[in-house]
Write a protein that binds this ligand. Structure first.
Ligand code: ZN
Ligand code: ZN
Length: 268
């Protein structure tokens, strides 16, 4: 995983905003960059937190209020070094000791508690795309140091089916990956994976049904970007791991050297 990145076409590569050595460079806050713009927007759209509806105050991470930002339950080691589930001592969890995982590792920034649930729901289904900023900041805050091994070569968002993306107006995972790539200085390939089929929502399915539902749903559209690379899949939430697992299988078949998974939240 120490290969130099060859010249690859059409990477959504944006110059890093600062030193990415620690991978924890915070995103610039609009209130510091353009105070007049924030003030003007506050007048036009009085800012209320999409999670708790309180006015944004001290410590705000627009559009999240400071209280919700602080209240998100950050995950930290010790965790299972494979799937990232919280453990009392570092090692492998029971499931990872007995079951082969399709990904090399999975990590998440926060526990899927009430604030994370509300924030992700507003982000995905409430049209609140501005939440990409604080949610990507959570990923950046977790840092490259939370990932085992060397820094990833490429960030790849879990794709939405084109029809669903058109209806929503954006792919939430692509927004997260793009921002994280800027902070970490890691290339982002938005089109590396595609959806071969539109799948039913996973929400009401159990683990086995979820795996069945997404089987064969993804296709590697840019194998030339993937071959031999350490790819980091970016998604909003890890539930049973069925979607991330199927994406990881697809990337591995396309020649990825390693596939990690990074999500904002995980259900434990
Ligand atoms: Zn709030
Ligand atoms: Zn595990």
């Amino acid at each position: 995983m120490d290969r130099a990145l060859p010249v690859v076409p059409a990477l959504e590569h944006v110059a890093p905003l600062g030193s990415s050595e620690e991978g924890s460079v915070p995103l610039p806050k609009p209130s510091h960059v353009w105070p007049w713009l924030t003030a003007a927007l506050d007048l036009l759209f009085p800012p209320f937190c999409p999670v708790c509806q309180a006015p944004l105050g001290a410590g705000r991470r627009d559009p999240l209020c400071g209280t919700c930002w602080q209240g998100l339950e950050r995950l930290a080691p010790p965790w299972c070094r494979r799937c990232g589930v919280a453990l009392s001592i570092e090692g492998l969890c029971g499931e990872c000791r007995t079951r082969r995982r399709p990904f090399s590792y999975a990590r998440a920034a926060v526990r899927y508690g009430p604030i994370a649930r509300e924030a992700l729901h507003a982000f995905k289904f409430g049209g609140r795309r501005a939440l990409a900023a604080p949610l990507a900041e959570l990923l950046a805050e977790l840092g490259l140091g939370a990932l085992p091994g060397a820094a990833p070569d490429l960030l790849v968002p879990v794709p939405l089916h084109a029809r669903r993306e058109r209806a929503r107006g954006y792919n939430q995972s692509a927004l997260l990956a793009t921002r994280l790539g800027q902070v970490w200085g890691v290339p982002v390939a938005l089109d590396a994976l595609g959806r071969a089929t539109a799948t039913a929502p996973q929400t009401d399915l159990d683990a086995a049904a979820r795996r069945q539902n997404v089987r064969g749903a993804f296709v590697a559209r840019r194998p030339e970007l993937i071959v031999g690379r350490h790819v980091l899949l970016v998604d909003d939430i890890l539930t049973t791991g069925a979607t991330a697992g199927e994406c990881a299988r697809c990337l591995t078949r396309a020649g990825a050297a390693a596939v990690g998974v990074l999500t904002v939240a995980r259900v434990d």
